[in-house]
Structure formats: C-alpha cells, structure tokens
Write a protein of this length. Structure first.
Lengths: 86, 579
C-alpha cells in the first residue's frame, strides 16, 4: 500500500466530465484505489463517492493505491489527474 | 361534462392540453420489512435489477447521438456504482426490502450531492434519483415511468409530484400541471414558478375527477383547473393564453432596463426566494438581488434540523449566483402556526402571537447559532445580509448580535473566512417595531417591512380567516401611516428601507410605495417585470403627491379609490416604456 499527495489543478475540479474520466481510468486497475481529503476516504472507482467529495480546483488530496505494480500505477494515476483538462 | 375546480394559484400562465395522469412511484411503494434469511435473496434481486437496467440504458446509448450517449453513459456509471451497491446492501441488511433500500440509498446520495453546493454536482442529484426510480420500477415489475415518456405535449395532473419530477421532465412536453397536495410555497409550486410553467396546487378531488387524455385547462394565475371544458370556456382560455404570451414578450424587453422613474429616481427591485435554486430565475426576471431569502424551506426538507454544512452550501450557492448583488437571508421564521415535523412544540392558544421566529431562535440558541455560522461562512462568497424576523424589542436585536459575535469568534479561532462587517437588519412587521422604529433604526443596519404580517398585527385581523377578510388590507390607513413612519425613522438614521410583502408585487401599490419613499421593493420574481413597467411610467413628484393624499385618507376604500384614479391617469399605457 502506498500513498501520494496531489493537488487538483484542472479548472472545474473533479466534477462532471473530469470525474467520470478519473473513475473510468481507475476501474481498469485490479487493486484498491482510494482518495482521501481531511478525514473523508472514498473509493475512487465510485463516481458517486467522488462527486460527493466536491473537489474543486486547488483541493489537496491523498491518493492511496493497494494492489499489483503499485508504484508504477500510482505514477500513471497522478499523471492522469494532473493532465486533466476542463 | 365540464368541471371546474378552484384551488391555489401556484404559478401564473394558462395551459391547455390533453391530460396525462402521473401516477408516479410513491415513496412508500412496496415498502416492506424482510427477515434475516431473506437478505441474500433481496441482494440477488437488486443485482438482477441492476443488470436489467444496465441493458436498458445500454440500448439507449447505442441508439443515441453522441451528446445523449455521453449523458446516458453517466447514468450507466451510476447504476454500476459500488457506493450505491454498498448503501443498498447496508439497508437490506437492516431488513429493508430491495425497493425501499434503493429509494433510501438514492436519496442519501442525492442529498450528499446537494450538500456540496457545487452546481454541476447538485444537478447530478436528479440523475441519481432517476436511476433509483428506474431500479425500483424494475424491481417492482411496474410501468416505465408513466407521464415522463409522454409523446405529445400535455397537462400533468398528479396527487403530488416528487422533487425529482421537475428535474427529469421534458420542459417542451409539459404544458402545465396541477396537484392535489401542496401549497403556494411547496416545492412543486416553487419549481413551477422557477421554470415558468403554469401550475395549480392543492386541488381537492382532482385525481378522482380527472380522465387520461381528456382536455384540461390549468390557469395558474386564477388558480383554476377546468376538466373537459366546453367550447365557450376553451375559447376564452385560448384568448387569455394569447394575451398572456403577448404581455410576457413585452415585459421581457424590460428586463435589462433600469427601474427608474421618468424623472430619474431609482428604486431597487429584488426577488423573494424560498430555494437557492430560484436565483437563476430571479436574475432572468431582472432582480438586482434577493430581498428576502426565506430559509424555512431548508428546514422543511429533511427529517431533522439542517446541518451547518447543508445550510452553508445553500447560502453560498445563492451568494455566488447573485454575483455581488445583495442576498438578504431571513433567519428561521418558524414555530407556532408553521411547525417542523421533527420538533415538538408546546401547545399554544394563539400561535400567531406565540413562540415563533426570533423568539423561537433565542430560546434555542444552538439551532440559531448553526444558522448564523452557516450564513457567516457563506458571506465570504458574496454580499450576504442577515435579517431578523418578528422583532418587538431592542433586546432581541441585541441578543442576536451577541450570538453573532460569539459565532464570529468561533470562526476566527477556526481560521475560517467571513465578512466581519456583515449587515444585520430587522423585519418590521409588528406594531411594536413600528412604534419603536426610531430607536431600532439606531441599532439595525437596514429595515425591511413585511406588510403581510404587519397588516395582520396592526389590524388584529387574521388574513386566513374568511370572516374578517374584509378588514384585512394593506391599503388600510393605519398600514399606510405605519409605512410612512418606518420609512422616515429609517431615513433619519441613514439606513435603507425595503418592503418585502405581497404589497411590493402589486403594481397598483407601487406609486404609493415610491411616494412614501421606500428604497427597495422585494417581490416574487414573476411579478418583477410588471412592477418595473409601473416604476418606469411614473414621475417621482406625482407619486409623492399621491402618497400625501393617501396619508390624509380616512378609510381603506378612499385609499383604494385614490390608487385606482392614479392608475387611470398616470399608469403605464399598453406599450409605454417598452420602446
């Protein structure tokens, strides 16, 4: 299990289209992926959990990955989130 | 045979069309308890329903154009969502049957979405409810959402319409609606006004009399529903509908014009709202702010007092939507005659004179502080103001300011942003506050006169009581004199005076109110354009002369005669001020 901090940088935050892109991306991974802000932990494969977090641009969150090739997967996930547009 | 039903006018306009009966899915539909050995079976039913629904939606996706496909794919994601499954399973494990578990889980998620305060996420709440409904219909083996898949434009008649209905219905297909339940300030009525759809609510015996496919007329201005109208009635309704459409088009052209008299006096026109979502409509109608945000609705939505976060989200939404225009939040005006189902009140002989509004809040400082903190936090996002209802004494305003100061200290300690200079005003709606207006003006940042209650208390006449109805009028000389006194007291102390009762939305009253010197008028957004038209047709000096005459009048009838004469001689001609 590994964790990494990341800041949401795309303008509309993790809402609507960007949020579904992230969950679709994560769904293909075989392990467990969670997103944590303050005391709230959410399953990143759930669009409903992600949307309820209401993450705006600038939100600082922790990603937690537990599964095969964690290091490599974490890197690609962080990259994916940082390259979100819209 | 023609049948005419009278009820509550909820949203103005005339709709004529074939009836579509909305049977809908009752909240309680198929709600049963299961036993522990049925848990696995219910879970399997849920999984099967999800699979079937996904197939349905997938078919829609396959047949749809790219835009609709993207929307429906989002719906697919909701159906397959692990959180939804988890929430449903938790409720099944608490021995709810699958239908009810889905309902509860869907509501829980939708409410969480609504609490984020993010507009896009809040809109997704309707998607969640929609899919929860699809699942329940699948589980129930019932019809695919009656009334929603209507082919041709129709008038929807229902016992009640769920909040999600207005979000999922097709605006082009719904000409108007009427419901058996609800009042003028119920969710359905508010949404109808927001979407500018003719609606009548509280129609007794509606569903029994209604017939699918027969013609109905819904007149949301008059508050009538006519079933199977005869040729004469139909022709009259068509003429009225046409006239309204024409008038609406004329008024629409006024929206961007300022509310100023011919001689350049400006009066600010603002909207009264009950739900934060009404802000968009208010702006569309040309409102320069929200003069009255009734917060009661927030308290009536759930099964408990709304949390600070829920309220914060609502106030912040309004503050952001109005983008720098003021939003006056009236603190909880409840108790006595307006009860909350989850709170027990002591029985009262005379609720209108009982434990309500600021009295209730000061007796329950915990509840009050939650609201004050939420308003303060939201004040960092726009021009929010606080308005205290039912004030009869300086002590009440003082106690409110003390609680507010305590909330500010807490927020400072927590490092949260808020407007340190937030304005705190009072509703002037009790005789005591009129008499004490000069002294209250020294302590309040603004006045807002609530003429509905003020007239009731000044005249000691319950406006809901038909026996004393003739006594109740906001044109009673005592009310007119009271208005003058409050405006003068406010202006002498350098504070602004708003009027936010129904009187503000009555075009006939507008010349009088301007003449009395009111700075702002706040009203239902739908009446705002016609009030603006009135303002633009006036000259300040004529209005002042009218006010002086009205102040000298001895009876309600005399005041009304003066106003009627003024309308004939100085009121807007049909196309005047529209050029």
């Amino acid at each position: 299990m590994i964790e990494q901090q990341v800041t949401i940088t795309n303008p509309s935050g993790l809402h609507a289209r960007p949020a579904s892109l992230v969950t679709s991306f994560v769904k293909t991974y075989d392990g467990k992926v969670e997103i944590i802000r303050d005391t709230t932990t959410c399953n990143l494969k759930s669009i409903l959990s992600l949307l309820s977090m209401g993450l705006h641009q600038g939100a600082e969150v922790t990603l937690r990955v537990d599964g095969p090739n964690e290091e490599q997967y974490m890197q690609s996930l962080v990259e994916f989130i940082q390259n979100l547009e819209g | 045979m023609e049948k005419s039903l009278e009820a509550i006018a909820a949203s103005a306009g005339v709709a004529i069309g074939p009836v579509c009966l909305w049977v809908g899915m009752e909240t309680e539909l198929n709600k049963t308890k299961i036993t522990a050995d049925g848990i696995e079976h219910e879970k399997q039913r849920y999984r099967d329903a999800v699979l079937a629904c996904c197939q349905q939606v997938q078919q829609v996706v396959d047949a749809a154009g790219p835009e609709e496909a993207a929307i429906m794919e989002a719906h697919l994601a909701i159906l397959e969502d692990p959180l939804l499954e988890q929430l449903v399973f938790e409720r099944i494990e608490a021995l709810e049957n699958a239908e009810h578990a889905v309902y509860l889980a869907g509501e829980a998620v939708a409410e969480q979405f609504e609490a984020t305060g993010d507009e896009l996420t809040m809109e997704r709440a309707a998607d969640v409810r929609d899919e929860a409904l699809r699942l329940r219909e699948q589980l129930h083996g019932g019809p695919a959402r009656p009334g929603l898949s209507v082919g041709e434009p129709c008038v929807i008649l229902a016992k009640d319409l769920p909040p999600s209905f207005t979000a999922v219905m097709d605006r082009e297909k719904v000409l108007g609606f009427a419901t058996e339940l609800g009042g003028r300030t119920s969710h359905t009525a508010i949404m109808a006004r927001t979407m500018d759809i003719p609606a009548v609510v509280g129609v007794r015996g509606l569903m029994e009399a209604a017939e699918e496919g027969a013609v109905a007329i819904v007149d949301g201005g008059a508050g009538t529903v006519v079933l199977n109208p005869g040729a004469g009635t139909l022709a009259t309704a068509r003429v009225k509908r046409q006239a309204l459409t024409r008038r609406k088009a004329q008024l629409a052209r006024l929206r961007r014009l300022p509310a100023e008299t011919k001689d350049g006096a400006v009066v600010e026109l603002m909207a009264n709202i009950g739900l934060e979502r009404e802000c968009g409509y208010a702006l569309e109608q040309g409102a320069e702010g929200v003069g009255l945000f009734r917060t009661e609705y927030l308290y009536m939505q759930g099964g408990d007092f709304p949390s600070e976060e829920r309220q914060f989200a609502a106030y912040r939404y309004a503050a952001r939507q109005m983008a720098g225009h003021p939003v006056v939040v009236r603190t909880l005006d409840i108790g006595g005659d307006k009860a909350l189902p989850y709170h027990s009140y002591p029985p009262e002989q005379n609720p209108a004179l009982g434990l309500r509004a600021i009295r209730f809040c000061l007796q329950h400082p915990g509840i009050f502080k939650t609201q004050l903190r939420a308003i303060l936090r939201a004040s960092a996002f726009g021009e929010l103001r606080i308005m205290v209802p039912m004030v009869v004494s300086l002590e009440e305003l003082g106690a409110t300011r003390e609680l507010l100061a305590a909330c500010m200290a807490e927020l400072r300690a927590e490092g949260r942003d808020f407007n340190e200079q937030i304005m705190v005003g009072i509703m002037v709606e009790t005789p005591a506050s009129v008499v004490l207006a000069e002294r209250l003006a020294q302590k309040a940042d603004f006045f807002s006169i609530g003429t509905n209650d003020l007239a009731q208390y000044l005249l000691a006449a319950d406006r809901g009581n038909e026996w004393v109805q003739p006594l109740y009028s906001h044109f009673h000389p005592a009310v007119v004199a009271g208005l003058r006194q409050v405006v003068q007291a406010g202006h002498a102390a350098g504070i602004r005076v708003t009027l936010c009762g129904e009187m503000a939305g009555d075009p006939r009253a507008v010349p009088l109110l301007l003449g009395l010197g009111l700075d702002k008028l706040s009203m239902n957004a739908s009446t705002l354009p016609s009030v603006k038209q009135m303002v633009r047709a006036l000259r300040g000096q004529d209005a002042r002369a009218l006010a002086d005459e009205a102040l000298a009048a001895a009876t309600t009838a005399e005041v009304e005669a003066l106003l009627d004469r003024f309308m004939r001689t100085h009121g807007p001609a049909e196309d005047e001020t529209l050029a």
